[in-house]
Structure formats: C-alpha cells, structure tokens
Design a binder for this molecule. Structure first.
Ligand SMILES: Nc1nc2c(c(=O)[nH]1)N[C@H]1C(S)=C(S)[C@@H](COP(=O)(O)O)O[C@H]1N2
Ligand SMILES: [Mo]
Length: 556
C-alpha cells in the first residue's frame, strides 16, 4: 500500500505520510541506536551494566522455574554448555525489541508521539531492570540512561530529516530532472533519503552493539575504564594485588609439571583461559569494600567478616585443579590455578558447628547455592579455601571476585561458589542447593579421569613416530599411573609429568609408532588409592562423566 518508489508514483498521498515518514524503520533505527549506545557506554564505564543484559537478567529473575529449566535444557551443537540458553534469551529480547519498534512505528504514523512513547518506555524498562538488580550500583544507571537519551534523540533527529521544510514543498530533491514539483514525488525522495539514513543509523548501531564493547576493550585494555567503577577501584583489592605481587613467586611449579611442548595444556591455566561455568547471565560486579561474609545457621557463634578482616587472616597458596561435573569424557571443563586464600576449616571451627550440621550451604550474591558436606570440609589435609586470588591476581570478576570457595576433590557445583556472600551450616535434609532440584547428585566427589590432547580427533598425521599426550586427574588423591593403547594393542604405561600434588591434574605422554591407515588411541588412569578409571561410559548427569577416552585419527 505504500509505494516507496517516488518516480513511479505521482498520486497525492495522505497528509500523515508527510508528517511521519518511515515510521517503522525510523523507530527500529532509534531502538537500535539506543541498544548500541547502551552497550558502548556500558563497555566504557561499567562492564556488565548494559541495559540489554540488565533486561535479560530481570527476565531470568522473574521467570517461573519451569521456564528457566527449559532454557537450561537448550543445547546447540558446537556451543559450549551454558551458552545456548543465554543466546536464546538474548535473541528473544532482540525479537521483543523489534516487535516493540514495529508497534511504535505503526502507531507513529497516526500519532508521532507514539514512537517516542515506545522508545521512552523501552528506555525506562532498561533503567528499571538495572535498578532492581541484586548487584545494583549507581554507575550501572549510566548505560541505560545513555540508551534512553540516544534513542529519543535519534528518533527526533530522523523524524526532523523526514519532515518537509516549513513554507511548502521546496526540498533539495526538486531540481531539474528530479521529481516533478507540485506532485507528491518530493515526499518520496525525502522518504527514500530518510529510509537510507535510518538504515545507516540502524546498521551502525547494530555494529556498535555487537563489536563496540570488544573494540573498546581492545583499544583501552580489558577493564581499563572499568577500574573507574569496577573491582579494581577498591583500595582493598589494590592492596591485595600489591601484597600478592610482593609475595611472588610463592608457589614455584616444578619444571616438567606439564608436557606443553607435546600438546598438553600448560600446568597452570592462564586466568583468561580458565574455563567458566555459572548461571550468571552477566558477571556480578561486586566491590570488595562493600563485601562481607556471614557464617551462621547451626553454629555456636555467628561470624561476620569483611574483606579486610578476611585478608587479615593467614593467606595460603594452593595449586588446585577445578573440574565441572558437566565435563564430557575428553571435554574442556577443567583448569588449574594457584589459588590464594584463607583456610575454610579453621573458620568453620571458630564458628563452632553444632552437632548434626552436615551441610555447608554457600550462597552467592545472585542467589545461587551449593551444598558441601561438612565432613569433607573438616577432613584433615583437604585444604578447602575461601579464595581471593588466582595465579597471583585478585580473582577476576568471572571467577568470583571478591571471594569464592574452592574445595579440592569436589566438582564445582557442590563446592566452588563464586561471588560468595553467605555460609550457612545446616543439614542436607533441611536445605536443597541449586542443582539438586535439577537432577544432579548431592554427593559429587571428582571421578578419576583422563583425557587425550594429542592427537586430536580425526587429525591426519604423518605415519611414523607419534607422541601422544594428555592429562589425568583424581583430586584429592592424585594420579599414580596412566596407560595408553593404540588400536587393539597392549596397554602401555605412559610417562608422567613431575608431580605437584593430589589436588592437581598430572600430564602424561607416550611415544608410539603408527603405520599408515586409520587408528584409534585410548588411555586410562589409576589414582593413588589404586583405583583405575572404569571403562563403562557414564554421562555427566547426575555425578560426572566416566569412561575411557578414545580418539580416532589417520596416519599417512
Ligand atoms: N555463584 C555461582 N558460583 C558457581 C556457579 C554458579 O553458577 N554460580 N557454578 C559452579 C560450577 S558448576 C562450577 S564447575 C564452578 C566453575 O568455576 P569457574 O567458572 O571459576 O571455572 O563454579 C561454581 N560456582
Ligand atoms: Mo560445574
């Protein structure tokens, strides 16, 4: 019904066309500009404060449990666990924004103010979502405010460009050879120009939203501006960083602790490469200065520690390999760091566990919970930590800043609470932690497992000598041996890397010779208890994957 080709259309148009051209495209562009501005300002002033993300968080907060469960059940081949749900939510929100823009644009053709009302309401929604976040801090309003302002300004600017100039139809398009004066053609030219402008603004905004934050970080360095408002602004964190730097190198990792040259990961995983698993759509941005931890429940004395009090306790360094229960056989959800922190067991003893308290329920600032057996935490030599640093740096925000739990030998979902704010001594009968009601086990000691890192699956390699390599782990017991088998041949002992301890992974390598053809290689670990990794495969749910890893490859 609307013909955008002006040269072919000289019929008079309804007057409202002149007043509000291109309503839908203009409104959608204004919404895109708002989202782009919000992302960009968020990247600059407070990482993780994007209004788009804030709305996503609010949806997760307000969604009924069945909807959250449905989201978590989404998987997309090729996407890491916990990514598909976040992606689906973001696409859903983008779709709703587009729908709102279309409605606003259609309305704007009748009453121009309707477009502005819709853009304004979306902006207010962003502000409200940010303000009601459980981790709200005032700087987080800057990005939604910028989004609101840029959205309205863009809408007004585009609409002005599309409006005929005062004093009659005398636009720039009416030149010789151009559309005929006196007809409605000039409006068409206006309209096309306007649509072009809108499309340009929309594309630029979308590009900014997608690539802007990363570019800002690439140019100014990760978290450089975030320091203004983020974690590093905490004097407490700066003091910790200085103290850690002064204490380096505290835990020398022996040479030969990895076979990185043969294809294993380095013994210590650099913080940016450390695997990440959590339910937080956006990383909570906590301030150590405002942080405190409450220890309560079935205790003789309730304790409360702020960050300074926590750091006033003796700090220990402990290399620990963290593992996710969702890790498939041969999967990537395992990493190692030297964690620095405070011993948890003495803290719990100070609080004085009451008889019968068999569970430590730890809660993060976003409400996520883990249930850890008290007997494991109090076991001599277990070495559970309230960690404040990893690999010599204050905990990165993604890994739980300012403090998290780390318990060697237990999968993360029953022990490794990030953004920790509350420790409650209770019973397993009384309180159920987050993943327990979602099909995962209550008791989740890490299973003795191994992985093949080289050759990679379906790799084509030259025939002849081959050094296979990989990792094995059995926290807290440690690895005593790894055996490797080529095709259906005999099991042969692999060479193990220098042992760091039972709390960490151990690397293996084996020199083999392969004839041309297709092959498979498998491996199996034995831990220091004498327990050999079982052959029978088991899926990750409910208490961790099991089975011998197998890799197929071809030699030429
Ligand atoms: N607050 C919070 N802490 C959490 C989780 C979470 O979803 N929320 N996930 C746990 C799980 S399942 C694992 S495996 C580890 C992963 O820790 P990482 O992301 O530092 O590797 O964190 C644990 N701590
Ligand atoms: Mo996990």
């Amino acid at each position: 019904m609307e013909n955008m080709d002006s040269t072919a259309d000289d019929r008079p148009r309804p007057a409202r066309d002149a007043r509000v051209p291109g309503g839908v495209v203009v409104t959608a562009s204004a919404v895109a500009a708002a989202v782009g501005a919000g992302e960009l300002v968020a990247a600059v002033v407070a990482p993780g404060s994007s209004p788009f993300g804030a709305v996503g968080d609010a949806v997760v907060r307000l969604a009924p449990p069945w909807a959250v469960e449905f989201g978590k059940s989404l998987t997309v081949p090729g996407l890491a666990a916990g990514v598909a749900d976040k992606l689906a939510l973001q696409l859903g929100i983008a779709g709703l924004l587009l729908a709102a823009a279309v409605i606003g644009g259609l309305g704007a053709r009748r009453r121009p103010v309707i477009g502005a009302v819709v853009v304004g309401l979306l902006g207010v929604l962003g502000l409200a979502a940010a303000a009601t976040s459980p981790v709200f801090r005032p700087p987080q309003l800057l990005a939604p405010a910028a989004a609101l302002g840029v959205g309205l300004a863009t809408l007004g600017w585009l609409n002005r460009r599309g409006r005929p100039p005062e004093g009659g139809p005398k636009p720039g398009g009416a030149k010789p050879g151009g559309p005929k004066p006196g007809g409605a053609g000039w409006r068409g030219v206006r309209r096309r120009t306007l649509l072009r402008w809108s499309a340009g603004v929309g594309l630029a905004a979308a590009g900014t939203a997608v690539a802007g934050p990363a570019s800002v970080r690439a140019v100014v360095g990760a978290d450089a501006f975030g320091r203004l408002f983020g974690s590093r602004a905490d004097p407490a964190a700066r003091a910790l960083a200085a103290r850690l730097a002064a204490a380096r190198p505290a835990t020398p990792i022996p040479p030969g602790a990895d076979f990185a040259a043969a294809g294993t990961p380095p013994f210590l995983t650099p913080n940016p490469d450390f695997y990440r698993i959590d339910t937080a759509l956006r990383v909570p941005a906590l301030s150590a200065t405002d942080w405190s931890l409450r220890v309560h429940g079935m205790v003789e004395r309730e304790l409360r520690l702020d960050y300074r009090q926590l750091l006033a306790r003796p700090l220990v360094d402990r290399p620990i390999t963290l593992t996710c229960v969702s890790n498939e056989v041969n999967g990537p959800l395992i990493s190692t760091a030297v964690f620095t922190g405070v011993e948890l067991a003495p803290l719990l003893r100070e609080a004085g566990p009451r008889p019968g308290a068999d569970q430590l329920l730890s809660t993060s600032v976003d409400g996520w919970t883990a249930g850890t057996p008290m007997d494991v935490l109090l076991e001599p030599g277990r070495g559970a930590l309230l960690a404040v640093a990893m690999n010599g740096e204050p905990l990165p925000a993604e890994h739980g800043y300012p403090a998290r739990m780390v318990v060697p030998g237990l999968y993360g979902f029953v022990s490794a609470t990030k953004w920790l704010t509350d420790l409650e001594l209770t019973t397993f009968a009384d309180r159920r932690a987050y993943w327990l009601d979602r099909g995962w086990a209550r008791a989740a000691p890490i299973k003795t497992q191994s992985r093949i890192d080289r050759p990679r699956g379906f790799q084509v390699i030259p025939a002849g000598p081959l050094t296979a390599a990989g990792i094995a782990w059995a926290q807290p017991h440690g690895i005593a041996g790894v055996e490797v088998r080529l095709d259906d041949g005999p099991w042969r002992p692999a060479t193990l890397s220098a042992e760091v301890g039972g709390h960490t992974w151990r690397m293996w390598r084996a020199d083999l010779g392969v004839a041309p053809g297709s092959h498979f290689i498998s491996c199996r670990a034995t831990d220091r208890r004498g327990l050999r990794q079982p052959a029978e495969p088991a899926p990750p749910i409910p208490d961790g994957a099991q089975g011998w890893p197998v890799i197929n490859f071809t030699a030429r």
